[in-house]
Design a binder for this molecule. Structure first.
Ligand code: 13P
Length: 251
């Protein structure tokens, strides 16, 4: 079957980036022109840089996204940012349920489900992250963990436009380690099956990204795996050359 899914390479800058990092975004925008026919690009900077990045990227093939949102549209929630505010700042997507949010902020599948719904309410695409820890993989719990996370965190009514799933094995994040293509194929195939069972035909169009130590040197191999529709990139997304080098796997 020929896939109609357009690949997406997304950069998660995490808590990195300054006003001067706008220069790095400018380099990404320049390099993106040659790639835009084949791949969607998304940069998710910290909230302090959102509106500046969105203004610079406006009219370019690069979309700007955020890394988390609150479930309420506005109110007395000191320090939080709503999905509507992210949209207002120029974001088109928001990552929810990154393992760093799950582990450092105790976010549960139920919290993520509410955040994904908040993203949709605001007109944002929700990028929902799932993935097992090293101990869970060693205990052969990978599929069970991913199934629990998907079932608990994905709301009803997903479409290809509203939802992206990112499979990020926790042990592969920032470690330089990656699963084998066979292991990636197993999990992505399983996620595809669950999306189909849950959303029918729409589930076939939902993109499933792989994340965890993606680099230009391994992107070709990982992006070629069945049901891998792109990458969610951490460290390597901070350098335009590396980020574009990963997207070039789709050239
Ligand atoms: P690294 O690419 O730095 O391993 O991070 C992956 C990640 O957590 C992206 O969300």
């Amino acid at each position: 079957m020929v896939s109609a899914r357009r690949p997406l390479v997304a950069g998660n800058w995490k808590m990195n980036g300054w006003q001067r990092s706008t220069a790095e975004l400018a380099k990404i925008l320049t390099g993106a022109r040659a790639l835009a026919a084949k791949v969607d690009l998304l940069v998710c900077p910290p909230a302090t840089l959102l509106s500046g990045f969105a203004a610079l990227a406006s009219g370019s093939p690069v979309a700007i996204g955020a890394q988390d949102c609150h479930v309420e549209p506005a109110g007395a929630f000191t320090g939080d940012i709503s999905a509507e505010m992210l949209k207002d700042a120029g974001a088109e997507a928001v990552i929810v349920g990154h393992s760093e949010r799950r582990s450092h902020h105790g976010e549960t599948n139920g919290d993520l489900r509410a955040k994904a719904l908040a993203a949709w309410r605001a007109g944002l695409t929700a990028i929902v992250c799932v993935g097992e820890t090293g101990a869970e993989r060693e205990a052969a719990q990978t599929i069970a963990v991913v199934q629990r996370q998907l079932d608990g965190s994905l709301p009803d009514g997903a479409t290809a436009q509203r939802l992206v799933v990112a499979y990020e094995p926790v042990w592969a994040i920032g470690s330089g380690l990656t699963p084998t293509p066979t292991d990636v194929a197993e999990v992505h195939g399983f996620v595809r099956e669950r999306l189909g069972a849950r959303y029918g035909a729409a589930g076939q169009g939902i993109r499933i990204l792989y994340g965890g130590s993606v680099k230009p040197s391994n992107a070709g191999e990982l992006m070629a795996v069945a049901n891998v529709d792109g990458a969610l990139v951490g460290g390597a997304s901070l350098k335009a050359e590396e980020f574009l080098g990963i997207a070039a796997a789709y050239r």
